[in-house]
Design a protein around this ligand. Structure first.
Ligand SMILES: O=P(O)(O)OC[C@H]1O[C@@H](O)[C@H](O)[C@@H](O)[C@@H]1O
Length: 280
């Protein structure tokens, strides 16, 4: 397979542009193996990307799919959402429609996460679909703690017009706005009228984001990930990398190993998970 071509993005960062034979496309930065764009067969952008996004540490690029690894949120000793989203990956292999990026620990990472590992992240754009797989091998002789999430920011017409169907009736969730207090959802739909930041532990493997204005439905399927996080901050002034009013134009639906983690990946073991996004 031909190696994917790297093109220049903002702030000296390089990205790979993927194209599917059916007209869809995606862009993936080496910085964080971060997907910043996914377009449907018709060429419509499906991901939010902030006008004020910063393409350098200490935060991830605001939008697309930041990869939380090897920690979800503050659930561990590392920086919020782990270090992968602020690390430089290398291209390991790829083709027209898919790329695999690789990360190994640096001396700097060892200071806070003293484990030998090899992380591979594969992104493939298909016909109105995007598949992302994470595989990590523990190459050290001790167990390695792991939490993770595909922190996807979906572009919506307006947050008032959308709901997330979490796939079960009246599930409980951990409310991150209330110190992870257990709360029950009324029905199966999350609607947004204020800040919503919830971990659905043991969530069904298929969730839907429905935009009633555009008629667009995004289906999020997860494999190997027990939890799902749904987030809208209901404000943007608290974020240096979000422009005014932008919070109304996205909702995050995040397949995750969050409250069900961290798990321990055993020496020599390879652990993997996948999300498959499709649009109709
Ligand atoms: O600003 P960050 O570090 O990218 O995090 C964004 C959000 O990520 C979500 O996954 C968390 O549930 C939120 O609590 C958090 O605010």
């Amino acid at each position: 397979m031909a190696a994917p071509k790297l093109v220049d993005g903002p702030e000296g960062q390089q990205k790979v542009v993927l194209k599917s034979s059916s007209g869809g496309s995606a862009e993936v930065f080496l910085h964080g193996a971060h997907v910043t764009s996914w377009k449907s067969n018709k060429g419509e952008e499906l991901f939010f990307l902030s006008k004020k996004a910063i393409y350098a540490p200490p935060k991830a690029i605001r939008g697309g799919i930041p990869l939380c690894f090897p920690q979800f949120g503050p659930l561990g000793k590392l920086q919020q959402h782990g270090f992968a989203r602020n690390s430089e990956f290398e291209v390991s292999r790829g083709s027209e429609d898919s790329v695999t990026m690789s990360l190994r620990p640096t001396t700097d990472l060892h200071r806070t996460y003293p484990h030998e590992f090899h992380l591979l992240v594969t992104v493939k754009v298909g016909s109105d679909s995007l598949t992302q797989t994470l595989e990590v091998k523990n190459e050290s002789s001790e167990a390695m703690p792991l939490g993770t999430a595909f922190h996807t920011y979906f572009l919506v017409s307006d947050v008032d017009n959308v709901y997330v169907d979490v796939g079960s009736d009246g599930p409980t969730y951990l409310d991150n706005t209330k110190g992870r207090a257990e709360t029950q959802l009324s029905g199966s739909k999350v609607k947004f009228q204020q800040e919503f930041d919830a971990i659905f532990q043991g969530a069904p493997d298929s969730l839907k984001l429905v935009d009633e204005k555009t008629g667009r439905t995004i289906t999020v399927k997860k494999e190997g990930l027990p939890d799902a996080v749904v987030w809208n901050p209901w404000g943007d002034k608290q974020f240096a990398d979000m422009a005014e009013g932008e919070y109304r134009t996205f909702v995050c639906v995040e397949p995750a190993l969050a409250a069900s983690g961290p798990i321990q990946v055993q020496p020599g073991e390879t652990w993997s998970c996948t999300q498959v996004l499709s649009v109709s």
